[in-house]
Structures are given as C-alpha cells and as structure tokens.
Design a protein. Structure first.
Length: 320
C-alpha cells in the first residue's frame, strides 16, 4: 500500500504495531525544493512552535486530527448520525461542525464520508514503510543529485523515529536533509549529525521577545543550536520566512543576514516569501488564522529585501 492509498484508510491502532512508529502527515514526491535535485519530502507531525503564519497548521498538534473540507460536504449528515460521541453537530450558522473536545478520533466519520469532506491528518508508520515510499524514486535522486528531506512540523520532535528513517536512508546511499526550526535539545541534533547531509534551519525573528510573541517560544536555544551545528561542521542553509509587518523590517533582515554570515559552514541564505495558501487549512481544523488581513509582498518588495540581505551575507536566494 503506497502513501496515497494509505491516506484513505484510518487505523489508530497503527501506533500499536511491532517496532517503532512515527506520526507522518504527508509524503510528497518529485519536490524540487528543500534540498538539491529531485526529492521526496516526508512531513512529521508535531511542533513546539506556534508560528502565526504557519502554512501547515495540521503539523502542530502531535497526534492525529480530523480535517473537514466544507466545500466537499453534500449535507447527507451520515457522519452526524454515525458519530458515537455525538461530536458532529450544526454550528450557529447551520453548517456541520466538529466538537473537537468530544471527538475521540474513532474515524467513523472519515470512513463513512464518500464525498471526501472528512479526512484524518496523521498516520502512524514504521521507518520501513516510509522508506518504501522514498525508494520509489531512487533513480531520479541519482540522476538529479536529489534525495530525501524530513520536514514537519518539527521532525526532531520525534527523535527516535527520525533517526531510524535517516539511518535507513543513509544505508541506501541517499542524500539526506532535515528542515528544522532548531527548537530541540542539543543532544537530539548532535545525534543526527552523522546521518544528515544538510540542515535547513528556519529563523523567524532575531529579537527573542518578538520571537516569543510570534511563535510562543524564545529564540536563544534556536540560535545557539544553529551556531553549534555549524561549529561542529554540519552543512546548513538558513531560511527566513518573510512576513509583511512581522519580521520584514530592515533591522531584522540585516541582523538575520549578519548572523548567517558568521556561520562557517553556511551554504546559503534563503528568503521565503509569505503566502496565504495554508489559511483554509486553519479553518478546516476549526482554528482562526491570525494573519487573515496580511497581504503578501509584491515581487519587487521581495527582491528589494533579498538585495538588502545580500549586502551582509553571500548566497542569498528566494524560495527554498
């Protein structure tokens, strides 16, 4: 069973299978970002940060969740009648809604919804099952200089599972990358160094008080970990998700670029322009998107800010 087929099954008991399992919410093939060449991206669920602009809000919570797609709903109310917890009901506007406090994730609403309005986000997989999917495109990795990238969420929030997957990838001779926010115990990152070819490290804001406001966590551990990784010899790229009115000031861009320039193993500094493609998923999870009134930068704005960063650090790029 491949990943796309597995997405349409729901087995909460997967986590009880023999061997270590991890919670994966997506696997994307034929990616051409987040590392060189053609890659497979494996997204692990769970993150210690709560970034207000997060494009994958389904990645935050470290457990399976129900995601409801309203425009697929045909109002057959089968989910409502089958729910043993009576967690599916009408909201104040007459729309079907999920009481996420009462919901026990039994999955009955997902398996009964032939319109595809209900889906489970998060599957428990073994490292072997992840690598079965990764192995499908090994020919393309070899020809393009690609490989596998583990992202999230925050992949280091599942350290044992991540390490198992990385070891399996290196045993196959694959190039490996880990995209991380850096908010993890140093011991976790240090244990990954021998099986990670490239760390992709996000920096959200250089001011720790502002960082806490925007993500729920301060940034001292993050910056220390990035510095330690570079000092230990790990190759890395720094990425700044550029959000209008949030972290796009000249002072923050310059401070971020100067921090990057001081890293001895830096391979590049990427500006990631803000977009709102994940906004609908916030609603589908029953959450309010905090930046609903923030419009993306114009192309000219992004180029100007990339040029500003380029005055302080080499290897500036736009996009990941």
């Amino acid at each position: 069973m491949n990943w796309k087929q597995r997405q349409h099954t729901f087995r909460l008991s997967d986590r009880d299978r023999p061997g270590p399992t991890g919670l994966v919410f997506d696997i994307q093939r034929f990616a051409v970002h987040d590392g060189g060449g053609i890659r497979t991206l494996v997204f692990l669920k769970g993150c210690p940060l709560r970034c207000q602009w997060c494009q994958n809000p389904e990645s935050m919570f470290p457990g399976p969740e129900i995601l409801r797609i309203p425009h697929n709903c045909i109002s057959c109310v089968k989910c409502m009648t089958l729910c043993p917890q009576q967690a599916i009901c009408y909201d104040g506007g007459g729309e079907i809604d999920i009481d996420r406090v009462r919901c026990d994730l039994c999955g009955d609403c997902v398996t009964s919804c032939y319109a595809g309005s209900m889906t489970i986000v998060g599957r428990y997989l073994t490292a072997g099952e992840v690598m079965e999917e990764v192995d499908r495109d090994r020919k393309f990795y070899a020809e393009s200089g690609g490989g596998v990238t583990f992202s999230g969420g925050e992949p280091t929030s599942q350290p044992d599972f991540l390490l198992s997957c990385l070891r399996a990838a290196k045993a196959r001779g694959l190039h490996t990358a880990v995209e991380t926010c850096g908010h993890a115990p140093w011991e976790t990152l240090a244990a990954l160094r021998d099986v990670v070819d490239l760390f992709l490290c996000d920096i959200k804001h250089m001011d720790t008080a502002r960082h806490r406001e925007l993500t729920g966590m301060p940034n001292e551990r993050i910056l220390d970990n990035i510095a330690h990784l570079s000092q230990a010899g790990s190759a890395l790229r720094l990425r700044l998700p550029l959000v209008p009115g949030v972290n796009d000031s000249e002072a923050n861009i310059v401070a971020s670029a100067q921090f990057a320039a001081g890293l001895p193993t830096l391979e590049g500094f990427d500006i990631l322009p803000y977009h709102r493609l994940g906004e609908a998923k916030w609603r589908q999870l029953g959450r309010v998107y905090p930046l609903h009134d923030v419009a993306p930068h114009t192309r000219e704005d992004v180029l100007a800010k990339a040029c500003l960063a380029g005055r302080h650090v080499e290897g500036v790029g736009i996009g990941g």
